[in-house]
Design a protein around this ligand. Sequence first.
Ligand SMILES: [Zn+2]
Length: 223
Amino acid sequence: MLLLLTLACSQTSIEDGAVYGPFTQVKTSFTSAFVATSETGAVLVDAGFQDNGKAVEAFLETQGLTLDDVSDVLITHGHSDHVAGLPAYPNAKVWAHEDEVELILEEGPEGLSVDETLVDGQIIELQGFSFETLLVTGHTTGNVVYLSDGVLLTGDSAFLFKDGTVGPPSERFSLDPAETQAELLALRDRLEPRKDEITAVTFAHTGGLSGDLAAFWEMTAAE
Ligand SMILES: [Zn+2]
């Protein structure tokens, strides 16, 4: 129990409604959905926890949209707190990395399907936004982050901690913790040449970084 408390204290809190480029972080229980809206609809990165879409619906309402207007949901990975909310979006096409489909079907609500699969480096256009898929394995087999409009949406690949550092999720949540850490550092190195392009970094379970991304670029391996 002591360990749990320590972990719970060390990560920053989700900031419901925080804005990162075109994305708004919508808190659903202890996780988040990231919502980008256009004049014709909305795209989500991760579906959020099962709350019948209530939190996302409340945000969409402020934009003059409804749950029916969600055209696409891009899934970072198949853990239930990222896919449980999917049934709330009846018209949405579900996207995920091809290696993650199995876990999504296993952990997600019954009757779920993945409509489109993605591969590393693939770029797609949805609602006028471009999404680049970057594979970051270790947390799960087909775990990805998405780069969209200068915003790096990391899902569970990384957390922002209260001491101002960015690092991988707690070991007990990842399939392969060592690989999770190595892949996160590799992602940072991969994106380093494109530093000027990236203006914000988001995390599903914590607050995010906007403008000053030093904590992301200066990540180091744990002892
Ligand atoms: Zn996860």
